[in-house]
Design a protein around this ligand. Structure first.
Ligand SMILES: C[S@@+](CC[C@H](N)C(=O)[O-])C[C@H]1O[C@@H](n2cnc3c(N)ncnc32)[C@H](O)[C@@H]1O
Length: 281
């Protein structure tokens, strides 16, 4: 199993700017990379609420941190983040978006194009349609639109045609099969796998990631204390645009914070990360 290295860790902790006795929400707790560091910086009266849409990740973290009395974990889509707020309002909220290295290597749900795993790609195992179900029925035109919009993939037409032709022969059941179909028609440009953008597009679509992000940010804004900070780490331009627009709507210019060269060398997954901090005035 590949360990997940938290992106922009120092920058995120500084940006969240919480105190020893603060209440912090980590809306994307996952393997607990950021969560552990937040706990290390909270005192005995501090509290951390962690949520994740992937039940497997919540159960794993619960087990690993079971003696930790300051932590409460919930299996939740952060689009409903208001549900975890009790009478005490949070001082800081973190969203570290997308997929983790743990999910990529060990979820068994087909996030990696190298894996002969069922082609699901949903964070929550109960979400339907998953990618396999979607690809069974969707029209070529709609598929092309999804791949172009959410993958920003210039070869969307070719790829959707190849997928529809392949499914006439046999259902596309695994991530590896899908990646091979794409690799036959999409040139490899640079070091990035030809299926990268299509996988991103399908994952965003089945998980409704952009809608969840918009709702999650609005929910966080409602519950956070005045003076509290929301930190968002995004990994592609569609997400980042939503965060940037949200900060503008709130009258702020949240400048993007990028990882250093040293961090990218240690953790190549962080290369596309952008952190923005939004403060509730
Ligand atoms: C990049 S990982 C977070 C890694 C974590 N910060 C760490 O350092 O270990 C993103 C996590 O967000 C979760 N996630 C994605 N969409 C979500 C949503 N709508 N609600 C809650 N969690 C979500 C994923 O399941 C995944 O575990």
């Amino acid at each position: 199993m590949v360990n997940h290295i938290p992106a922009l860790l120092g920058e995120t902790l500084r940006g969240l700017n919480f105190k020893k006795n603060s209440l912090v929400i980590d809306a994307t707790a996952d393997g607990g990379g950021h969560a552990r560091a937040i706990l290390d910086n909270l005192g005995p009266a501090g509290r951390l609420i962690g949520t994740d849409w992937d039940l497997g990740m919540i159960e794993r973290l619960q087990e690993e941190l079971k003696g930790e009395k300051r932590l409460k974990l919930f299996h939740l889509n952060f689009s409903e983040i208001e549900k975890v707020a009790g009478s005490r309002r949070p001082d800081a909220i973190l969203f570290d978006l997308g997929l983790s290295s743990l999910q990529l290597s060990a979820s068994g749900r087909g996030f990696s194009f190298r894996a002969s795993e069922p082609l699901e790609m949903t964070f929550n195992a109960e979400t339907h349609p998953n990618v396999r179900e979607l690809l069974r029925k969707i029209s070529e035109r709609e598929l092309e639109e999804i791949i172009r919009t959410y993958g920003e993939e210039p070869f969307a037409k070719r790829i959707s045609r190849a997928i529809v032709a392949a499914r006439r022969q046999k259902e596309i059941g695994t991530a590896k099969e899908l990646a091979e179909i794409i690799a036959k028609v999409r040139p490899r440009l640079g070091r990035i796998h030809p299926a990268t953008k299509t996988f991103q597009a399908l994952r965003i679509y089945v998980n409704q990631e952009l809608e969840n992000l918009k709702r999650g940010l609005e929910g966080a804004w409602k519950i956070i204390k005045p003076g509290g900070r929301i930190a968002v780490i995004s990994y592609h331009s569609l997400e980042d645009r939503i965060v940037k627009n949200f900060s503008r709507e709130k009258g702020q210019v949240a400048k993007p914070i990028r990882p250093s060269r040293t961090e990218i060398l240690k953790n190549p997954r962080a290369r596309s990360a952008k952190l923005r901090i939004i403060e509730k005035k």
